[in-house]
Design a binder for this molecule. Structure first.
Ligand code: ADP
Ligand code: MG
Length: 219
């Protein structure tokens, strides 16, 4: 279980030309480890996650998820790959207002029979066992973000992709979420990419890369 990007380039249409969002990016994230990606706004962080998540096909290069090269897979095959092997934590929690915390997790699963048990186990693992029956408006910002994170783990993904999970939280709660992500990564053996703009969170990561104008550098 790992994530590997090789010479990945991505451009977007930009007026008469193309804007280079990712420029020959190479990245290898082993299972059970967290690689933090840091870079200024507009440097390509979310584009990197979108390509790693197979939501956007790169112009060039390859993305290998859990040993499976994704190039040439059909849309249906990519959907299956994402459902079973990739957990995505978007920047905005996007919790459904009408659902309880447990139900937010249950709707993610491909195996409805065990969903409730699994949801309660994950909520318990992040200290939310007592909040399982609460709806988003009854949870604090930090609690909502914890639900957002464990929701991505419902199908035991090999790869976990997290986009700026602390942007809506104060420093202390942000640090707790980062701690949670690195702890879950080790416990559940995911290959995790954690995008953040806050350098104070990097001590927890196993590796740190910086991105500038779509170019990745280690350290
Ligand atoms: P970050 O997440 O680091 O802020 P992004 O990956 O969102 O950076 O964006 C990288 C660059 O690509 C920026 O210049 C941004 O304006 C541009 N960009 C991002 N998404 C699109 C899109 N869908 N169409 C055109 N340009 C985009
Ligand atoms: Mg972004």
């Amino acid at each position: 279980m790992s994530l590997t990007l090789t010479k990945v380039s991505l451009t977007y249409p930009d007026g008469d030309g193309r804007l280079t969002a990712l420029d020959r990016v190479a990245l290898h994230v082993p299972r059970g480890s967290t690689t933090a990606v840091i870079g200024p706004s507009g440097s390509g962080k979310s584009s990197l996650l979108a390509v790693a998540a197979t939501l956007v096909a790169p112009d060039a290069g390859t993305v290998t998820v859990d040993g499976t090269p994704t190039e040439g897979l059909t849309r249906g095959e990519l959907t299956e790959l994402r459902r079973h092997r990739i957990g995505i934590v978007f920047q905005q929690p996007n919790l459904l207002p009408a659902l309880t915390a447990a139900e937010q997790l249950q709707v993610m699963t491909a195996k409805p029979g065990k969903a409730r048990h699994k949801a309660l186990e994950l909520l318990d693992a992040v200290g939310l066992a007592d909040q399982a029956g609460r709806r988003p408006h009854q949870l604090s910002g930090g609690q909502r973000q914890r639900v957002n994170v464990v929701r991505a783990l419902m199908n035991d993904p090999a790869v976990l992709l997290v986009d700026e999970p602390t942007s809506a939280l104060d420093h202390e709660r942000g640090a707790a979420i980062i701690d949670l992500i690195t702890t879950l990564t080790r416990a559940r053996k995911t290959a995790t990419v954690l995008v953040t703009h806050d350098r104070s969170h990097l001590a927890e990561a196993d590796a740190v890369v910086t991105i500038h104008d779509g170019q990745l550098q280690s350290g």
